[in-house]
Design a protein around this ligand. Structure first.
Ligand SMILES: [Zn+2]
Length: 203
């Protein structure tokens, strides 16, 4: 981080500090970005800042599946074309977007909002697991589509233990994906196939 006395302007320093709070952005990159923004039109800057501010003030989480949404119920949960007996459990909003991009899944989702990780201080109570249990009905199929690494497996196992008594069928992705691969990095075709070829979850 550049020291305060190196900055010619407090406004610039504040911008650099705010930008460098983003993941993967160090103070050098933050300064470069801030200087780039400095050269932009005022209207462009306003559009950028208001779209960021809207993330904090205007976005909702779907009351059913916890996906980001512009309304109380997301487009997927409110669609009459979706199979309501199928719920795909994923870690993040990004995973829903990846699976939707495959065009090979027609059920609903449930976004956990993270993954069980003792190292990062994330316990089951930090995730949307209770909300998942509230959606379960006998005869449903629940697909555990979490990553294949240790934390993903731990979370899948934990959820399996929670839901097995509900009379639901529990399945998991066929791993065309390598061990430890994130859904994020899977190409659309592979991910689509691994959903279609899903198999019963074996604890
Ligand atoms: Zn929803």
């Amino acid at each position: 981080m550049y020291r305060a006395e190196n900055y010619p302007s407090k406004v610039l320093q504040n911008a650099v500090e705010a930008i460098s709070s983003l993941p993967g952005i160090g103070s050098r990159s933050a300064l470069r970005l801030a200087l780039h923004l400095l050269k932009q039109d005022k209207e462009d800057l306003l559009r950028l800042s208001s779209s960021i501010a809207a993330l904090g003030s205007e976005i909702h989480y779907c009351k059913e599946c916890k996906m980001v949404s512009d309304s109380d119920l997301c487009q997927i949960c409110s669609s009459p074309k979706r199979d309501r007996n199928l719920i795909c459990v994923v870690e993040s909003v990004r995973d829903v977007m990846s699976i939707e991009a495959t065009n090979s899944y027609n059920g609903l989702y449930h976004v956990l909002g993270g993954i069980i990780s003792p190292i990062n201080g994330v316990s089951p109570s930090d995730l949307n697991i209770r909300e998942l249990l509230a959606r379960l009905k006998p005869g449903m199929e629940i697909i555990l589509a979490l990553s294949g690494d240790v934390e993903g497996e731990t979370t899948s196992f934990y959820i399996y233990r929670q839901i097995e008594a509900y009379g639901v069928k529990v399945s998991t992705l066929a791993r065309g994906l390598g061990f430890g691969d994130d859904l994020e990095y899977a190409d659309s075709l592979t991910l689509g196939r691994s959903i279609e070829a899903r198999r019963p979850f074996k604890p």
